[in-house]
Design a protein around this ligand. Sequence first.
Ligand code: SF4
Length: 365
Amino acid sequence: MNMTTPQVDTVPARYWHHLDDGRIQCDVCPRFCKLNDGQRGLCFVRAREGDQMVLTTWGRSSGFCIDPIEKKPLNHFLPGTPILSFGTAGCNLTCKFCQNYEISKARQMDKLSSLATPEMIAQTAKAHGCSSVAFTYNDPVIFLEYAVDVAQACREIGLRTVAVTAGYIGDKAREEFFRHMDAANVDLKGFTDRFYHQLCSAHLDDVLETLRYLKQETGVWFELTNLVIPGENDGDAEFDEMTGWVQSELGPDVPMHFSAFHPDWKMMDTPRTPPATLMRARDIAIKNGIRYAYVGNVHDKAGSSTYCHGCGDILIGRDWYQLSDWNLDAHGACKTCGTHCGGVFQVNPGTWGPKRQPVKLISKT
Ligand code: SF4
């Protein structure tokens, strides 16, 4: 750690209670870790210190980068704009296919950079012309107190915030967390409890509960990502059941992204996802009434673009993270037929393009 940095990284945590046996239970996520003094939860960053729970990574980030918002992925939220992205360390899931494991499994806090206050993050995003800030790379649920503080600083200067999350969060924490978010991309990692249990040591129902909550109780714009893994969650029946559930419980306007897996972490022997599998998933989603279904992590302009569900014309052309066509009017409706497209749009698309740009934080505000 930089010894000139103020020691503010450990702060009191919210959402926990005492148990009769003397332990403390963390209620932030459905893992409900029960801790004795000095123990850390599975996420590693929430810990019991004496008679209370603390978050140990407040103000500590694993690096900042400006990304296209399409990389989160969000295709219907301020398309074409740059978004300042960062994460911290740790995670509350144990996905064997994790594609960010150096961060999510980090146990060395010196992997994290020096102090990043909420004000520094918000001002840096604004200075670089970003429209929003993303909590990503690891799950922001586990650093809830820090994420909420950053979100508040962003809103004070007119910036939006985006959570990239697995949606594995407890009831009360869920309410506070999403109250401060403008948009989210939620992983729907599979549609069987076997998948969640064996590959992530989690449960599908808790994630579905978060999705129902987002739809029924909030105004958060959210999209879903399904990382398609050969032999694990790539069957037609599972795509059919998942997309049917999304259509009936969340409605036809929630976009779905079917993304290609590449071998990583503990699944190095599993092959990459064939593009044809992603197209099959997308076709099944569309057949089930999903209006905006995409393939991800592959070059496929037809499968990455947005189409009007009224007349079928292309609304937003996309190849990977590069926008091409734009056929929405100032109110987010199709210029050809006037049908409204679900999402949050500016009058004109952003012009950031596909580039990624690492940035250093502005340290004086
Ligand atoms: S947030 Fe962390 S400490 Fe709390 S229940 Fe989940 S894994 Fe355990």
